[in-house]
Design a protein around this ligand. Structure first.
Ligand SMILES: Nc1nc2c(ncn2[C@@H]2O[C@H](COP(=O)(O)OP(=O)(O)OP(=O)(O)O)[C@@H](O)[C@H]2O)c(=O)[nH]1
Ligand SMILES: [Mg+2]
Ligand SMILES: [Zn+2]
Length: 328
């Protein structure tokens, strides 16, 4: 039978079978990775073939994973192992808040790169609008809109913007990502009253680094067509697995300038004279913070283990991939 992975840990997964039944399933022979030749294990949203346990109709064994349409993943804190967060999604929703925790555009830039790399559209949800929004943060959000990303403001507490959000998500499979405490689970509860997601106190999170949601879980809304993956908040989003030289492709406003760079595809866009991106930066046509994000992520990709610099040409390295508060 075919089934969808709703959640899972330690090789035990909750599946929704095509018969509408939920079952707890292990992996037959614990060899799913080998079957698909995939480094990632199963994630919420994965489609699998499974067999029902002959003795227990509510249990089963997963036989294989179906090919993925896409996968939204991240690397662990040390950037050493990839973790699939959700598979086969239509939309990545990056949830942010104006305060508690503060708005961090650099985090959004990282999610945007991951979404572009997975070829999935990005929606930015500014939750907690009831706490107010500084002019600076408002400008940054408008900037993302100009780049072509959809931006919605909402409040899980007052209900503002929830109807628009519901409409935006309707009929899609969306993965909610964002720092701990921004209100991902609260938004889900507001969209679908009765979904009973556990939410937590922010002050407690800050002092103890506690996460209320501890594992990704795909929720099916009552309309039967809308699916949302609630995920644990990340403190930091390490980026790996992208060639430093192709990173620019995932910044839409930079990518379209590359053909005009004097060194074309071999331009690092960090120092070259005749770099169209640097010219546009000087002219104030691209946002300095976005450019800074590009440099930081590029530095991180270049300094990460396993990355080999292209041979034959020496180029000064851009900034090392330092981890700063802003990146968290
Ligand atoms: N003022 C205000 N507080 C909110 C809003 N939405 C959520 N909160 C509060 O923010 C805190 C964190 O909310 P959660 O929904 O647990 O956040 P989360 O993003 O799911 O956090 P993790 O599961 O740890 O990743 C809770 O105390 C919520 O009550 C909002 O719109 N306005
Ligand atoms: Mg949560
Ligand atoms: Zn350039």
């Amino acid at each position: 039978m075919e089934g969808t992975v709703l959640s899972g840990t330690n090789n035990l997964f909750t599946l929704l079978g095509e018969d509408g039944q939920r079952r707890l399933c292990g992996i037959k022979g614990k060899r799913i990775k080998e079957i698909e030749g995939s480094y990632n294990s199963l994630a919420a949203g994965d489609l699998v073939d499974f067999e029902v346990d002959a003795h227990d109709p509510l249990r089963g064994l997963i036989l294989r994973m179906k090919p993925r349409r896409n996968v939204f993943g991240r690397f662990n804190e040390k950037g050493q192992a990839s973790q699939a967060i959700a598979a086969n999604v239509d939309l990545v929703a990056c949830v942010v808040s104006p305060k508690l925790p503060p708005f961090r555009p650099r985090f959004v830039d990282r999610v945007a790169v991951l979404a572009e790399a997975a070829r999935v559209p990005l929606l930015i949800i500014l939750n907690k609008i009831d706490l107010g929004l500084s002019e600076d943060d408002e400008d940054r959000l408008a900037e993302y809109q100009d780049l072509g990303y959809e931006v919605l403001t909402a409040s899980a507490s007052t209900g503002e913007g929830i109807e628009e959000l519901r409409e935006e998500l309707e009929g899609k499979t969306t993965v909610f990502v964002g720092q701990s405490g921004v209100g991902k689970s609260s938004l889900l509860n507001a969209i679908e009253p009765g979904s009973g997601r556990r939410t937590g106190e922010v002050s407690e999170k800050f002092s103890r680094g506690r996460h209320t949601t501890t594992m990704s879980e795909l929720l099916l809304l009552a309309d039967g067509r809308t699916r949302i993956a609630d995920t644990p908040g990340f403190r930091r989003l390490a980026l790996r697995g992208i060639e430093a030289d192709s990173l620019v492709a995932y910044f839409p406003e930079l990518a379209r300038l590359v053909p005009a760079c004097a060194y074309g595809l071999s331009c690092t866009h960090s120092h070259e004279t005749g770099c169209a991106i640097r010219v546009a930066l000087e002219a104030g046509e691209i946002h300095p913070d976005r450019y800074e994000s590009y440099l930081r992520i590029r530095g991180e990709l270049e300094s990460s283990i396993g990355y080999e610099k292209p041979k034959g040409r020496s180029r000064p390295s851009v900034r090392p991939g330092r981890v700063t508060e802003d990146d968290e």
